[in-house]
Write a protein that binds this ligand. Sequence first.
Ligand SMILES: [Zn+2]
Length: 316
Amino acid sequence: MHRVARLALICFLAALLPVATASATPPRKILASTFPIYQMTRNITAGASGVVVELLLPARLGCPHDYALTPQEMQKLRRAEVLIINGRGLEEFLGAPLQRAHPGLTVIDSSRGSTAFIPDRAVGAKAEQVADADDHADHADHAGVNPHLFASPRMAAEQVLTIAAELARLDPATGPLYQRNATAYAARLEGLAADFAALGQTLSNRRIITQHGVFAYLARDMGLEVVAVVSVHPGQEPAAAEMLALIRQAKGEKVGAIFTEPQYPDRVAATIAREAGIPHAVLDPAANGADDAPLDSFETTMRHNLQILQSTLGSR
Ligand SMILES: [Zn+2]
């Protein structure tokens, strides 16, 4: 589509979308789609009186690929005053159900303020699709973008600042608190990101294989190369021929380690690691947790990941 025409269409669609705008009654019931977004929002709203943050999906779920909402979760959508999502297609399960349950619900997309997206291997995106993704006019623009921003402290910090800015627009009276909390939290996440980047500089082998595409952004932050993923479609195990190709690739490209995730079984990855003669270890993308997880659970998990990366990939 011609750029000007496309821009006009985007403006038209944006006018129709229930994006965050200042309202007479600030939202008190905030619904977060996934556990990472829930933890970000709890950090941002800490100390805000009368504000309740609820989690839409089960805290233990992890990545919601191929998820289908339950009737109870549809009820949560009906009751919500604002919904905060990861964005970039991670909540594909939400489209039609949200239209049915609460078509006018205000939605804050935490990815809205970010730009440096990575193509999604599963979709085989073309570069221009990714470059256009920040136009963010409709769902189709998400095609081909890796949605796992939350597993990178650097991208998560951007999400936190975006959520806080949108909440402050909806609730100007509490806005300064949201902004203050977000700035402090984002600074801690940036500190974490700097530690990951520094570790990346010292590693003797920077080529890795991961379970699915969840660590694409973290790897980029560290200067690591994800040479392959075990499950191109998350949760689906590779066929025998694909496994053999992964073993050959791990050997041929001198991969340093395979990293699995707590959310998925590690049987296939363990076999590949054994056959290729390389180590495998668990990295936690902090995609899930306990309902009452401490506010600093992301930082604790990521600090542990730092140790795992250090011990698995070694130092020069
Ligand atoms: Zn995922």
